[in-house]
Design a protein around this ligand. Structure first.
Ligand code: BGC
Length: 783
C-alpha cells in the first residue's frame, strides 16, 4: 500500500515537472516563447519558402516537416511550428495590387488579381478618404486569397525622376507621401490583414540597390527621407516595416540598430515587426541585434548562424527573444491564425469599379488649350497613334506588377464610350504587332521570358515612325488624333535620360507630324502620357492642344482615361512630383546614376540584373552623396527660382475655383486652418487645397515653402462652395537642428499659404508663434 502511494506521489511530481504542452493564443505569447527551443526560435525568424517569388525553387527553411507552400506565387511565408500551434503566415506583393500566380498546377481555376492604379497616381488624387477606400478593397482581396500581409505600400521619396521604382512610391514631398501612405495602410489594415511599409530607408535608386551606400546628413534624413515613415508609423501603425537593401551612411539598413530600434521603435513608437527586403547580403546576427525581426526569404545557413552565435555568445538570446516575441505578436493578429476561411473569390465588381474611379481622379490634366477637352459632342471619329494606344500599360514591372485577367486599352475604352477609331491607322499598328510578334517568337529572349511574365516583363512592340503623309491621310476620316506615349519602368534598374526621360526621336517626330497634319486642317490633337514617372515635356508640349497625364491607371486604364476625355469625370489630379524643364535642372542630377539607354520594352530591370558590370562604372554605383540636402523637388525649384515645365501640385480642371476666407486658429499645440472653395465655372468638379508654410528667415536655411496640410473638396456644382478644415501641429512646423540634436519650431512669424501649386499662391496670412519649442531626439544616423 505504502509502495503504491509512493508511486502515485512520484507520478504526480513527474507530471508537474513535464513541460506543459501549450499552443499559441493572443494571451500566452510569453509563455509560448519560454517553451520554444532555440532551434524553433531561429526557424521562426528566418522566413520560409525560398524562391516562391520569382527565381529559384521553393524550399522551406524551417525544420517542421509539415511546412508547405500555401499560396503559389506569394513572395514568402513565415515558418510553421506545429508543436506550439504556430501557423505559417503568407506575405505577398505589392503596391498596385496583389501579386500571386494567376494559375496553379492541376487546377482549372484562375487566381487573377485586381490591377489598381499605381501609387504615383494614387498620390495625384490628393484624396486620403479615397485612398483609404482603395486600401480597404485591396485588404479584402488579400483576405479572400489567403494572404496575411501585403508587401506594400512603399513610401520612399522620389529624389530623382530617373528612379526605376518611382511608380511604386507616392511623391517627392514627405507630407504628401506620408499621409497618402498612412491612408492606404489604414484602409488595408481595417480588413484585419497587415501592411508592410517599405523600403526603410533612403532607398532612392535601383542601380546597385543591394550594395549602394546612401550618404545623407542627419537633417536631410529626418526632414525628407525618414519623415514619410515617421508619419505613417504615428498615423497608422503598420503591422510591418521592410528594411531596405541599401546601406545608410555606411551601415546596411537591415543591420542598422539606430534606424530600426533607436529611431523607429524608441523615438516613433513603432509596435510592429521589421522584415528584410528579399535576399541581399546577410549578417543574420547583426540583423537580429538591430531589431530586424524577420529575414526574408531566409536560408538554412541563417538559421545555423543564429544557433551558432547564440551558443558562442556572439548573439544574445535576449535579442533573439525580442524578435521572436514581435513575430508572435504579429502572428496572432493574422487571418490564418484566426482560422479565417478564405474563398479565393474576391469581389471583383467592387474592386474594378473603385479602380476605375480612383484612376480617373488621379489623372492630371497638364494642358487644355481652347477647351479641347472635354471632347465636343460633334467628335465621333478619332485616329489613335502610338503603340501604347493599343498596348496600354496598367502598371510597371518587378514585384509591383499584378497579373490581371484583362487591361482596358485606350482604344477599347474610347470605343466603349461611343467613339470610332481610324481603321487604317489601327491596321498599321496590327501589322507592326504581327511583325514584332514573329521576331520575338524567334528571339532568344522568348525562351527566357515566361517566368518573367510574373513580374510584368513581357513583350511589347517598339514605337514606329509616323511619316507626315500617313498622318495627313488619316485626317480625312478622323476628326481628331490621340497619341499615347508609353514608358514601362521597373524594379532593378533606373531609367535613362536619353530615350526614356526624354522622348525618342521617333516619338518627337510622331508628335510633330500628327500635330502639323491635324492643325493644317483645323483639327486637334491630344497627347496621353501612359507613364510611371516623369518625362520631359518642355520641348514638345506647345505642339498638341491638350496633354493628359494618365500615369499607369491599373487594369481599367482605357475606361478611366475615356471618363476624363469625355468629361464624365472632371479631372482633379495634381502632380505629386515636379516636371523639370531639363534633366540637368534636377537638384540631384549630379549625384544620381545616369546610365546608357536601355531597351524600351520593359526589359530594363532585367538588363541591369543580368549585366551588373555594365553599370558599375557609374560614379553613383557604390556611393551616392545626397549633396542637394533638403533641396528635393519643389523645395529646390521654388527656393532657387528655377523654372519648371509643370510644378509640383499642378493640375487643371474643366472648371474654375476661387479660394477665400483663410483662417488659422490655435488649439494647444494644434493649428486648425479653414478655407472656402467655390466652383466659379460651369461644370461640377473637385478641387485640391494645398496648404504650405513659409518659415521665418534665420541663418538656418529653410525652403521658401513646404507643404504642411492638404484636403480635397466634394464634387462641387457650379456656384457651390465648401469650407474645408485642415490641421497641422507645432511639431509639423519644426526643422531639424543638428547642433542641438533636436527639432525646433522657432518663435517668429510664419506665412500660411493656400496655393494652386507649389509656385502659385492664392491666399496667405501670417501666423505668429510666440515661443520656441524644442523636440529633442537622439544624435544618430550621421553621415
Ligand atoms: C523588392 C520588394 C518586394 C520583394 C518581394 C524585392 O525585390 O524590393 O519590394 O516586396 O522583392 O517580392
Amino acid at each position: 500500500m505504502a509502495k503504491k502511494l509512493l508511486l502515485i506521489v512520484a507520478a504526480v511530481i513527474l507530471v508537474q515537472k513535464a513541460p506543459a504542452q501549450i499552443t499559441l493564443t493572443e494571451k500566452n505569447i510569453d509563455a509560448v516563447l519560454k517553451q520554444m527551443t532555440l532551434q524553433e526560435k531561429a526557424d521562426l525568424l528566418i522566413g520560409c519558402i525560398e524562391g516562391t517569388n520569382y527565381f529559384g525553387v521553393p524550399q522551406p527553411t524551417g525544420s517542421d516537416p509539415s511546412n508547405v507552400i500555401l499560396i503559389p506565387g506569394a513572395a514568402g511565408q513565415t515558418n510553421k511550428i506545429s508543436r506550439l500551434g504556430i501557423p505559417a503566415t503568407v506575405v505577398a506583393d505589392g503596391p498596385a495590387g496583389l501579386r500571386i500566380s494567376p494559375t496553379r498546377p492541376n487546377d482549372d481555376k484562375t487566381y487573377f488579381c485586381t490591377g489598381y492604379p499605381v501609387p504615383i497616381l494614387m498620390a495625384s488624387t490628393w484624396n486620403t478618404p479615397l485612398v483609404e477606400r482603395v486600401g480597404r478593397t485591396l485588404g479584402k482581396e488579400l483576405k479572400e486569397y489567403g494572404v496575411d500581409v501585403l508587401l506594400a505600400p512603399g513610401t520612399n521619396i522620389m529624389r530623382n525622376p530617373l528612379c526605376g521604382r518611382n511608380f511604386e512610391y507616392y511623391s517627392e514631398d514627405p507630407f504628401l507621401s506620408g499621409y497618402i501612405c498612412a491612408a492606404m495602410v489604414n484602409g488595408i489594415q481595417s480588413e484585419g490583414v497587415g501592411a508592410c511599409v517599405k523600403h526603410f530607408a533612403a532607398n532612392n535608386q535601383e542601380t546597385n540597390r543591394n550594395e549602394n551606400d546612401s550618404r545623407v546628413d542627419q537633417r536631410t534624413l529626418r526632414e525628407i527621407y525618414l519623415k514619410p515613415f515617421e508619419i505613417v508609423v504615428k498615423t497608422s501603425q503598420p503591422w510591418s516595416i521592410m528594411s531596405a537593401y541599401n546601406l545608410l551612411n555606411g551601415v546596411h539598413c537591415q543591420e542598422n540598430y539606430d534606424l530600426l530600434t533607436t529611431v523607429l521603435r524608441k523615438e516613433w513608437g513603432f509596435k510592429g515587426f521589421v522584415m528584410t527586403d528579399w535576399t541581399g547580403k546577410r549578417n543574420t546576427s547583426a540583423q537580429v541585434h538591430a531589431g530586424n525581426d524577420m529575414m526574408m526569404p531566409g536560408t538554412r545557413t541563417q538559421i545555423e548562424q543564429i544557433l551558432a552565435d547564440v551558443q558562442s555568445g556572439a548573439l544574445s538570446e535576449t535579442d533573439v527573444d525580442a524578435c521572436v516575441r514581435r513575430v508572435l505578436q504579429y502572428i496572432v493578429k493574422t487571418p490564418r491564425f484566426k482560422g479565417y476561411k478564405y474563398t479565393n473569390s474576391p469581389d471583383f465588381d467592387t474592386s474594378t469599379a473603385i479602380t476605375r474611379t480612383a484612376a480617373s481622379e488621379g489623372i492630371v490634366l497638364l494642358k487644355n488649350s481652347q477647351q479641347t477637352l472635354p471632347l465636343a459632342d460633334s467628335i465621333k471619329n478619332i485616329a489613335f497613334f502610338g503603340v501604347t494606344s493599343y498596348h496600354f500599360l496598367s502598371d510597371g514591372s518587378g514585384s509591383g506588377h499584378v497579373s490581371t485577367s484583362y487591361v482596358v486599352n485606350m482604344i477599347e475604352g474610347m470605343e466603349k464610350a461611343g467613339y470610332r477609331y481610324n481603321l487604317g491607322i489601327k491596321k498599321i499598328y496590327e501589322a507592326v504587332d504581327a511583325l514584332s510578334d514573329a521576331k520575338y517568337e524567334m528571339s532568344p529572349a522568348k525562351a527566357k521570358l515566361p517566368i518573367l511574365e510574373m513580374i510584368g516583363i513581357n513583350h511589347r512592340p517598339d514605337e514606329i515612325r509616323i511619316p507626315r503623309y500617313i498622318a495627313d491621310a488619316s485626317t480625312q476620316d478622323s476628326q481628331m488624333a490621340i497619341i499615347t506615349i508609353g514608358r514601362k519602368p521597373g524594379e532593378g534598374a533606373d531609367r535613362a535620360v536619353k530615350g526614356d526621360f526624354e522622348l525618342t526621336e521617333t516619338e518627337q517626330e510622331m508628335i510633330s507630324n500628327v500635330c502639323d497634319a491635324y492643325h493644317a486642317v483645323g483639327k486637334k490633337v491630344v497627347v496621353i502620357l501612359n507613364v510611371g514617372g516623369v518625362v520631359e515635356t518642355a520641348s514638345w508640349k506647345d505642339k498638341p492642344d491638350a496633354v493628359v497625364l494618365a500615369w499607369m491607371p491599373g487594369q481599367e486604364g482605357g475606361n478611366s482615361v475615356a471618363d476624363v476625355l469625355t468629361g464624365k469625370v472632371n479631372p482633379s489630379g495634381h502632380l505629386p512630383i515636379t516636371f523639370p524643364v531639363h534633366y540637368s535642372d534636377v537638384p540631384s542630377a549630379k549625384n544620381y546614376p545616369n546610365l546608357p539607354g536601355k531597351p524600351e520594352d520593359g526589359m530594363n530591370g532585367l538588363s541591369a540584373i543580368l549585366n551588373p558590370k555594365m553599370y558599375s562604372a557609374d560614379p553613383c554605383f557604390k556611393t551616392t552623396k545626397y549633396e542637394e540636402g533638403i533641396n528635393v523637388g519643389y523645395r529646390y525649384y521654388s527656393s532657387k527660382g528655377v523654372s519648371t515645365s509643370y510644378p509640383f501640385g499642378y493640375g487643371l480642371s474643366y472648371t474654375t475655383f476661387e479660394f477665400s476666407d483663410l483662417k488659422v486658429t490655435q488649439r494647444g499645440k494644434k493649428f486648425i486652418a479653414t478655407v472656402t472653395v467655390r466652383n466659379t465655372g460651369n461644370m461640377a468638379g473637385r478641387q485640391v487645397v494645398q496648404l504650405y508654410v513659409n518659415s521665418p528667415t534665420t541663418t538656418h536655411e529653410t525652403p521658401v515653402r513646404e507643404l504642411k496640410a492638404f484636403a480635397k473638396t466634394e464634387l462641387l456644382q457650379p456656384g457651390q462652395s465648401q469650407k474645408l478644415t485642415m490641421d497641422f501641429s507645432n511639431y509639423d512646423l519644426a526643422t531639424f537642428y543638428l547642433e542641438d540634436s533636436a527639432w525646433k519650431t522657432i518663435a517668429g512669424t510664419y506665412i500660411v499659404e493656400i496655393c494652386e501649386d507649389a509656385e502659385t499662391i492664392k491666399i496667405s496670412m501670417p501666423l505668429r508663434i510666440k515661443d520656441t519649442t524644442k523636440y529633442a531626439v537622439n544624435n544618430v544616423l550621421n553621415n
